[in-house]
Design a protein around this ligand. Sequence first.
Ligand SMILES: Cc1cc2nc3c(=O)[nH]c(=O)nc-3n(C[C@H](O)[C@H](O)[C@H](O)COP(=O)(O)OP(=O)(O)OC[C@H]3O[C@@H](n4cnc5c(N)ncnc54)[C@H](O)[C@@H]3O)c2cc1C
Length: 401
Amino acid sequence: MIAGGGFGGFYAARTLERVLPHHSAHVTLVSDVNFLLFTPLLPGAAAGTLEPRHVVVPLREELPGTDLWLGRVAGAEPQRGELIVDSLDGRRHELRYDQLIVALGSISRTQPIAGLVEHAIGFKTLADAIALRNRAISMLEIAETIHDAETRAEYLTFAFVGDLYPRCKVQGMRWVLLEARERVMPEVAPSLAAFAVRELRGRGIEIHTGVTIDRVEDRSLSLSDGRVIPARTVVWTAGVRAHPVLARCGLPLAEGGRVEVDRTMRVTGHANVWAIGDAAAVPDPARKGSMSPPTAQHAIRQGRRVARNVAAELGAGGRVRTFKYRTLGVFVDLGRHQAVASTLGIRWRGFPAWFLARTYHMANMPGTKRKLRLLVDWTVALLFSRDTAELGQLGNPSRLE
Ligand SMILES: Cc1cc2nc3c(=O)[nH]c(=O)nc-3n(C[C@H](O)[C@H](O)[C@H](O)COP(=O)(O)OP(=O)(O)OC[C@H]3O[C@@H](n4cnc5c(N)ncnc54)[C@H](O)[C@@H]3O)c2cc1C
């Protein structure tokens, strides 16, 4: 049984389908959504260059040999070998397992900042990305109806592409990037981060480092240096933290709330339970004494390895091995055909980095059909401007009168 159908869970299921002999085992994947969200492409969905459906991979389509069980994991009873799951209609189930792989991911890490939870939007799920896009467009539509420049500024404090909003163009839009550390993008070399900052500032994006947020209100946010920025849209992307459901799974937790595992990803004290990805404190083979960073790169490799380890436990060949992986590289897509990248010690910037990032993400998208859809979306985006339809009413049909 696999809990969670994200990068880790998906690749674990896919590898089990390949390495286990036919009909030798029953693989069940429990997930609260029936797709894998390809997070590196989420900004494309928010920006409108990619169709929302094209940044996800339908699990049923890509995992034909796995039994998909749609529901929300509420906890586990490892002593009894049971996973507790609430199905979509609210019924509670105790699902029996022989081997369990926990791959439940993480959630946005918030901080105790006044007004943050009430007023800011996250950027972790497909719903977050589409809500942000719809919000950006509706803010522009509202700003178009306001004559008072000061009030309009609150609506325009973030950027949006296009010349279709004449009044907004007159007053100008404002994107502000706030970073608590002294520099942005600590995961890339300082020279690449400096290139990215120059590129974004060149587009009129303000970047303020060494500053934190004291308070968020519906019409403004207050910074630690005393400044108040009038803004109605605040997007919170300050990292992730362990999924709270892990604390209800009866498993030992490491510092930070991730499940404690050894180098083979087996949970401490539980011979038949494994944990991977953002949900697990897997020792990082590249940095002694640290745990693996919460990245898709690591979750994918851990998923593949843990599947082979489970297959070995079930007697399907091979042996239980430790997780070995060194980060291949980092890509930061800056949009508008610009990116920075660092791969195997080589630094890339500008158009070559952007091309490399796109090629890499497309190569990693599972399934030929999905790859083609990306290619079509990207080609259309090259030829035409983005559309400005605000589709927030989707999913909220009006009631019959
Ligand atoms: C915007 C964004 C961009 C990113 N870009 C990159 C990148 O470019 N490169 C990179 O390497 N990493 C990137 N990451 C990080 C990467 O997405 C994560 O590290 C990776 O998804 C972790 O894989 P996982 O399997 O542990 O968790 P996830 O992929 O998050 O999967 C967890 C799964 O469990 C499901 N789930 C959660 N709770 C429950 C529950 N209670 N019951 C049932 N199912 C549940 C979720 O719906 C999800 O399908 C990005 C993350 C974000 C948010």
